[in-house]
Design a protein around this ligand. Structure first.
Ligand code: HDE
Length: 750
């Protein structure tokens, strides 16, 4: 495998070179260049191909291996052609009756070019429109063999996967760091058929029955009159719905916690939410819940950072995923399962396993690791892969089956149905990213965008004309087998079981499992979101829900809103906290963390070079931040004071105290209220202030210490000043293991 630090270094160091290369004009007709009219662009070799998604080149639309050459197309080769392959001399001028005359309808190239462009867009997903994907591998430990016969979970099996992460509410162009649930959908291309684990980063859902899905989404999406706000839950319709439909309160609590604003896709857990039924080779069944555990731990942004990032870098999560994989810092997760006996009641420790608003705490049913996912390849083309990928909860391999969870049952219908519009017809499984890697031998025929040229005359069974083919699989051929699960003899009703009526106990369990600082964040999130509602009745109604969860939470939010705290309407549920739900209190590897280093030409560049090397050596990414772009000595600058901002950093180091730019406006002295020039560039002070406020580790040596003196942060937790550059880095690295300097947050709630 590649050395991540080395790979990052190569990328960084070749950047300046690449820029100058791009900027060098390639003038047609210049020495060494072909004459302009004969060859409008410089012929060159195709860019080195990225390995393509295995399926398209090696398999026919029906999945059979072909061995035919790649059908990938790109900007390559000498001649521009029409879609029919005719070579073109000119793509810059329409065909006209004279240079000043009208454009002629007979210009077939003009019509083809514009018509194709007019139809480039497809409908965005109705939910989860904003997302980013990556390819990878899943390696099984073999630990699940006793509970499922799924072949891809056998010991040592490696399976290709494609994962798409997403937000839920926003449109395709919305910001990554909004407060929302995140999707975490994985396509396992197993040799027994594709398995889609279509998961979220929150283990419960807003609703218990799929029939409510349009309601919750209509409430969360922008208001239909003004189409605002975009990608936000901080508005009246959302809080109107969740305060009336109280089964949403548990999921809402997770959204208001730090889980709603992940630091990175790489630092999110994933949850299958529903209970599935697993069957082993002896035909025995268990119930199970799927969990993804990130190697880097579960970490979040702080709310102000998330808000700033929405403007400064709306692609923050997408960029982070892409950069990490390209740098060789491959994100990893362990897949785990919680296993429960398959009893007629379908409960465990009194928890209804069919209720998707409930978790089973890990302390009661440990998550048992069954394999490892590594994302190691970025998509070649966003549209072809991340946009066209189509997941479906019903894509299951033998050994994994559904339960009667009414939310899951509705999803089984919705996912295929939605692709019929989004991907325009029933042949979307033939799109390269969606092709199974198991051979396909179906009798589905024709339809829009049919890619296959089916042979034979008898796409029906039984037949004699095509030799009786295809034949059903026998028991020894790994078929998907429908389990003879007993279906209760019961009257037809529109009703939920009584156990689904408990809407508050697990919201309370979550609240009580949080550390003081996490509780403080939850209070602030509710106060912010309800503060954005216009309707007083909605705020008051949501406060009544909070009163049923916890009096402290309710009182704090009420105080923030300037409203009286209501009394609970039910006795407070007696629950046992689950410490596993808190994100704080453990230590994690710091791989891929971004370390800003402020330098200028007065800095001791030998020390900077050493520190930079040490950052690479620890698999983290150094970003040199300097008054200007280009070079400082022999070191390439990655961010200037104009382009660098604290929110993309996990920690800040200062090796210099850059003075203000000569033309800078004088800064204001807060104490005296009078203008006075400061000796440090105010943009560096802003970096320090923001990093300090967001509880990030900060370190300085040499002249850098002056900046921290100016900022008045010396002596506060997580600010390291003693010693050499290397010693400061070691101390900062140690602080990064807990993600943030938690002591710096004022936590008034305990
Ligand atoms: Fe989805 N969901 N969902 N969902 N969902 C979609 O399918 C739906 C639910 C999830 O990256 C849609 O292809 C219903 C739970 C993810 O392409 C749609 C219900 C969970 C993604 C749909 C749910 C999810 C989707 C929209 C309630 C977590 C993105 C586009 C019964 C376990 C997949 C599409 C991707 C996408 C329906 C609830 C996860 C409309 C009806 C619970 C990660 O079919």
């Amino acid at each position: 495998s590649r050395n991540p630090a080395k790979a990052v270094k190569d990328v960084v160091e070749s950047a300046a070179e690449k820029v100058s290369d791009v900027l060098t004009p390639k003038v047609p007709g210049a020495p060494g260049m072909p004459p302009p009219l004969e060859e409008p662009t410089t012929p060159h070799d195709p860019p080195p191909p990225k390995p393509e998604q295995g399926a398209p080149q090696t398999r026919t639309p029906t999945g059979a291996r072909t061995g035919t050459p790649s059908r990938a197309r790109g900007q390559q080769g000498a001649f521009l052609t029409t879609a029919q392959g005719a070579r073109l001399r000119d793509t810059d001028h329409s065909l006209k009756a004279g240079p000043r005359g009208p454009v002629l309808l007979q210009d077939h190239h003009l019509r083809e070019k514009i018509t194709h462009f007019d139809h480039e867009r497809i409908p965005e997903r109705v939910v989860h429109a904003r997302g980013a994907g990556a390819h990878g591998t899943f390696s099984a430990y073999g630990t699940a063999e006793n509970v499922t016969r799924a072949g891809f979970l056998r010991k040592g099996r490696e399976t290709e996967v494609f994962v798409r992460f997403s937000t839920v509410l926003g449109s395709r162009g919305s910001a990554d760091t909004v407060r929302d649930t995140r999707g975490f959908a994985t396509k396992f291309y197993t040799d027994e058929g594709t398995f889609d684990l279509v998961a979220n980063n929150i283990p419960v859902f807003f609703i218990q029955d799929a029939i409510k899905f349009p309601d919750v989404i209509h409430a969360g999406k922008p208001h239909p009159d003004r189409e605002i706000p975009q990608a936000q839950s901080a508005h009246d319709t959302f809080w109107d719905f969740v305060s009336l439909h109280t089964e949403a309160q548990h999921h809402t609590m997770w959204n208001m916690s730090d889980r709603g604003i992940p630091r990175s896709f790489r630092t999110m857990e994933g949850f299958g939410v529903h209970t599935f039924r697993l069957v082993n080779s002896a035909g025995e069944t268990v119930l199970a819940k799927f969990h993804w555990k990130p190697k880097l731990g579960v970490h979040s942004l702080v709310w102000e950072e998330a808000q700033m990032l929405s403007g400064i870098d709306p692609d923050f999560h997408r960029r982070d995923l892409y950069d990490a994989i390209e740098a060789g810092a491959f994100p990893e997760w362990e897949l785990g399962i919680q296993v429960f006996p398959d009893t007629p009641e379908e409960t465990f420790a009194g928890i209804d396993l069919l209720d998707p608003t409930k978790i089973v705490p890990e302390e009661l049913a440990p998550v048992q690791p069954v394999g490892r996912l590594t994302l190691n390849r970025t998509p070649t083309n966003f549209f072809a892969e991340s946009e066209q990928v189509a997941f479906h909860v019903g894509n299951l391999p033998p050994g994994i089956d559904v339960t009667n969870d009414p939310l899951l049952q509705g999803r089984l219908f919705s996912y295929v149905d939605t692709q019929l519009t989004r991907l325009a017809g029933p042949n979307f499984p033939q799109i390269p990213i969606n092709r199974p890697h198991a051979p396909v031998n179906d009798m589905l025929r024709d339809g829009f965008h049919q890619q296959a040229i089916h042979t034979g005359v008898a796409p029906y069974r039984p037949n004699s004309l095509d030799g009786g083919n295809p034949f059903p699989a026998g028991d020894d051929d790994h078929p998907f087998t429908d389990l003879p699960v007993r279906v209760a003899e019961a009257p037809k009703v529109r009703q939920s079981p009584a156990s689904f009526d408990d809407h508050f106990s697990q919201a309370r369990l979550f609240w009580l499992s949080m550390s003081p600082v996490e509780r403080e964040h939850i209070i602030r999130a509710y106060t912010f979101e309800l503060g954005k509602c216009y309707h007083q009745t909605i705020r008051e109604r949501q406060l009544r829900c909070l009163a049923n969860i916890d009096p402290v939470l309710c009182a704090e939010v009420a105080a923030g809103l300037g409203l009286p705290a209501p009394q609970p309407a039910i006795p407070l549920p007696d629950v046992t906290p689950s410490p596993a739900l808190s994100q704080i209190g453990r230590e994690w590897p710091a791989d891929g963390r971004m370390i800003g280093i402020v330098v200028d030409s007065d800095a001791d560049l030998d020390t900077v070079r050493e520190v930079r090397r040490a950052v690479f050596g620890a698999d983290m990414v150094p970003l040199l931040i300097a008054p200007h772009g280009g070079m400082i000595g022999d070191l390439a600058v990655q961010r200037s004071f104009a382009t660098g901002r604290s929110v993309e950093l996990d920690a800040l180091l200062l090796a210099a105290a850059p003075p203000p730019a000569p033309d800078a406006l004088p800064a204001r002295d807060a104490k005296a209220g009078a203008a006075r020039p400061v000796p440090v560039d105010p943009r560096v002070l802003l970096l320090v202030e923001e990093c300090w406020r967001h509880a990030k580790a900060i370190g300085a040596w040499g002249p850098g210490v002056t900046v921290l003196e100016q900022a008045g942060v010396i002596g506060s937790p997580g600010v390291v000043t003693g010693g050499s550059g290397d010693q400061v880095l070691t101390a900062v690295q140690h602080l990064l293991a807990t993600h943030r300097v938690w002591d710096r947050f004022p936590a008034s709630v305990s």
